[in-house]
Design a protein around this ligand. Structure first.
Ligand code: C2O
Ligand code: CU
Ligand code: CU
Length: 485
């Protein structure tokens, strides 16, 4: 490991720029820790791998490695040595071959979150495991009508997901549009959080933090702290944003800029929506258009109240590094200046999304999320009273079924519910019936409330899972096995 000269890094790393933006009082570098995280570099993006002639071959080597994180040499978990791992750009109909090499000390596997592909065999089968020192060949076949959108990949080995994702294992997958959206530039922004010790190693996490869902003290964009983005006035940019945090909810704002949401998770809205804030539970993704207005804007995430585990447990999150205040946590700085660009071309028309609200439902089910004191010492995290057991199928659905599920959270914390393979249409929340077709693959179920969704179990059969996307909860048992057959 190269010696880290932190003073030098701090000065060269653009802290001066940040200071100029916030004024003297706004800096809280390294509060409560031995090292000084630095930010302020130009946003970098992971390596891009693009399919051609309908196919992409990717080698993903998971291993511990040194990587530059927030201006320090950190010892983290990486795919191909970088955090995040490479970005895959795919098209509907593609065949994707991924060789996963496990260079970690523990078993792992890989899951393609949100892709509508088979969960069987060597496709998106999260019940498989690659031991240390072995490799596994995955093959995914995207249907010809696969929805465009923002997806991602991460490990899914039960019991180790939170540690492996928190350690740095994640990457973006983009399924491209049939008709390109005219933009000045595309950006992929993977937001993650991590806590590092002064020696650059990933900090240990307490039982309490796991119970709450750990939140790292550094919130990173593509592994960077407060990266700098620049644009010219009137340029339209497309930002594909992934919430890869282990448990942290993001409520994104970019004041002073025009934001339009093209879609959340997979697929598209029929018309872009003007938004001021974008709430992303862990696992959610946003496909966002930003039309640049002159000035310097700060991309921040506002605090999100996701409940607590009650008075006996106290509150869960540790200190925050980087810049945090009542206005939230700074994620990136967007500087818009120069000669205005010509105004952007019109957006291509989108077909209306599918709407299951008027469809005939073939079955209704209820799924109740609970947290309780277990028989022994720790907390239990369950669906319908049962913690995950890979040997037990919890839910069997006939292939082609169209089901309505009532998701009920009896606990004092929010849980983001995720189903593999088949996206969910949100029908009703605590505030009433949903007015349009809203599709997501991670649906937040707020504390002590219910959400009703509909799911079309089309195209694939086999066993897969649903779970809470607070990955500590998933590892603790808040996951169920579903079989479509
Ligand atoms: Cu993003 Cu089953 O997970
Ligand atoms: Cu998933
Ligand atoms: Cu949860």
């Amino acid at each position: 490991m190269r010696p880290v000269r932190r003073r030098t890094a701090l000065i060269l790393g653009g802290a001066g720029t940040a200071a100029a933006l916030t004024g003297a009082a706004g800096l809280l570098w390294g509060a409560g820790s031995g090292y000084q995280p630095t930010g302020g570099q130009v946003l970098s993006e992971p390596e891009v791998l693009r399919s051609s002639n309908g196919s992409l071959r990717v080698r993903l080597r998971a291993s511990q490695a040194q990587a530059r994180i927030a201006g320090t040499n950190a010892t983290v978990l990486t795919y191909n040595g970088s955090v995040p791992g490479p970005t895959m750009f795919l098209r509907p109909g593609d065949r994707v071959n991924v060789t996963l090499e496990n260079g970690l000390q523990n078993p792992t596997n890989v899951h393609v979150h949100g892709l509508h592909v088979s969960p069987q065999g060597n496709s998106d089968n999260v019940l498989l495991s690659a031991d240390p020192g072995t490799s596994f060949e995955y093959e995914y076949r995207l249907p010809a009508d696969h929805p465009p959108g923002v997806y991602w990949y991460h490990p899914h080995h039960h019991g180790m997901v939170a540690d492996q994702v928190f350690g740095g294992l994640y990457g973006a997958i983009i399924v491209e549009d049939p008709h390109p959206v005219p933009v000045a530039r595309d950006r992929v922004m993977v937001i993650s959080d991590i806590s590092l010790n002064s020696d650059g190693k990933v900090a240990a996490v307490s039982a309490m933090e796991k119970m709450m869902g750990r939140e790292g003290s550094l919130v990173l964009v593509n592994g960077q702290l407060n990266p700098q983005l620049s644009a010219k006035p009137a340029e339209r940019e497309r930002w594909r944003i992934i919430n890869a945090c282990t448990a942290r909810y993001l409520n994104l704002r970019l004041d002073g800029q025009r934001l339009q949401l093209l879609g959340l998770d997979s697929g598209r809205y029929q018309n872009p929506r003007d938004v001021e804030e974008v709430l992303l539970a862990p696992g959610n993704r946003a496909d966002l258009l930003v039309t640049a207005a002159p000035g310097t804007a700060v991309l921040r995430t506002l605090p999100v109240d996701r409940g607590s585990a009650g008075s006996m447990m106290g509150s869960g999150t540790g200190g925050q590094q980087g810049r945090t205040d009542a206005n939230g946590t700074v994620l990136a700085t967007y500087a818009v200046s120069g000669e205005p660009a010509l105004s952007a071309q019109p957006l291509p028309a989108q077909p209306a999304p599918r709407d299951l609200r008027s469809a005939a439902v073939t079955a209704r089910r209820e799924l109740t999320f609970s947290m309780g004191m277990g028989m022994g010492s720790g907390m239990s995290f369950t669906f319908n009273g049962k913690p995950f057991d890979p040997a037990r199928v919890d839910t069997t659905v006939p292939a082609g079924a169209l089901e309505e599920w009532l998701l009920t959270n009896t606990s004092p914390m929010d849980h983001p519910f995720h189903l593999h393979v088949w996206p969910m249409q949100i029908i009703e929340t605590a505030s009433g019936p949903v007015s349009g077709p809203e599709w997501q693959d991670v649906v937040n179920v707020p504390a002590r409330s219910s959400v009703r969704v509909r799911i079309a179990f089309d195209d694939f059969t086999g066993k897969t899972v649903y779970h809470c996307h607070i990955l500590d909860h998933e590892d603790s048992g808040m996951m169920g096995l579903i079989e479509s057959r």
